[in-house]
Design a protein. Structure first.
Length: 347
């Protein structure tokens, strides 16, 4: 029996690297050798709670981690069409019939190999060329989250946008907005290094919200408008919450002009009550953005075309042998922007 190493949730805030059976593809499946896999906030969430509450009584159970992989196909089932050994692919983790890859499903992508069930181009996988490094290709899944957020915003070239949170999703949204031709994109965060990255990937301006008055800066950058009562407000059309903290919602409500939109892509913790009266005074539209219903492979051609720009989102590339260190970085607030685990060429 061939085996492989796989990352699973361990004790609270820790991983276990375990030896498991290497999957064998059925007629409709392919086996992918994982070459890179990003670490996501969802992974660290599972670590914070010590697994997933999928036990028979709601108890925590250990689950395999990793849902942002890129790799190459090494085995192909007899009935699989249009895919062959050597193809470089990215994966739709939500297409797996045995459960979402790395999020409670049978398989996780932070492993040496990943079984792709019912392998089909455009549904479960997309092929990408050798011009794109595996670590950058592994951004495909989070960039689909960012793309859905931008799609939900309905942003048009004449719009002025502010994004709160310069993590991978916020910065990804900034890139998609600029590629969409949006006139002015501002990124706000409290970490100077992340703001430098925002400018490097094409943001028009940045705001350090720990040191600057956001409403005043937005007025300087976007001009002045008013809410429904005629009170002065920045002429910002779209606010994007990629931070997930109550202060973002509160700042938006206080700053929003008449007819502004707030797109919530970050997971909000339970927080203080939202000022509904403030929303009324601006006729603020709240738009929730969850996952990537159609975007998972919509993003792939542009990720390929602009891969050098997207590569700037990666702050740390950590070998699989140091996976525990990779998760230490991801678990430490402010220590890393985007951590991608890489797998050596040799087997």
């Amino acid at each position: 029996m061939a085996t492989m190493k796989s990352v699973q949730t361990g004790p609270v805030n820790a991983i276990d690297i375990v030896e498991v059976e290497r999957p064998v593809p059925g007629p409709k499946d392919v086996l992918m050798r994982v070459r890179a896999c990003g670490i996501c906030g969802t992974d660290t969430f599972f670590l914070h709670i010590g697994g997933a509450p999928f036990g028979p009584d709601g108890s925590m159970v250990s689950i395999p981690l990793g849902h942002e992989p890129a790799g190459e196909i090494v085995e192909v089932g007899a009935e699989v069409e249009d895919l062959k050994a050597g193809d470089r692919v990215v994966v739709n983790p939500q297409a797996a019939p045995s459960g979402i890859i790395g999020c409670g499903g049978r398989f996780g992508a932070l492993a040496e190999y990943l079984l792709i069930e019912n392998a089909e181009i455009g549904k479960s996988v997309a092929v990408f060329p050798g011009t794109v490094p595996f670590d950058v290709a592994a951004l495909n899944e989070p960039m689909a989250v960012a793309r859905h957020c931008v799609n939900r915003s309905g942003a048009e070239p004449a719009d002025k946008v502010v994004i709160f949170g310069a993590g991978p999703i916020g910065l990804g949204a900034a890139i998609w907005l600029k590629l969409r031709g949006v006139q002015h994109v501002t990124v706000a965060d409290v970490i100077p290094e992340r703001l430098e990255t925002a400018l490097a990937v094409g943001a028009d301006a940045v705001i350090n919200s720990a040191e600057e008055n956001v409403t005043e800066r937005l007025t300087e950058l976007h001009g002045q408008a008013a809410n429904a009562l005629g009170q002065p407000r920045p002429d910002t059309d779209i606010y994007i919450d990629a931070a997930g903290v109550a202060a973002v919602i509160n700042t938006t409500v206080e700053s929003a002009k008449w007819g502004a939109k707030l797109v919530m892509v970050a997971v909000q913790k339970k927080s203080d009550a939202v000022d509904l009266g403030g929303m009324l005074r601006s006729e603020l539209t709240l738009i929730a953005s969850q996952g990537y219903p159609t975007e998972i492979f919509e993003v792939t051609p542009e990720l390929v075309e602009h891969h050098e720009r997207f590569a700037k989102l990666i702050s740390h590339r950590v070998p699989f042998g140091d996976a525990k260190h990779a998760f230490e970085l991801a678990l430490t607030p402010g220590a890393a922007e985007k951590v991608v685990v890489t797998f050596a060429d040799e087997r």
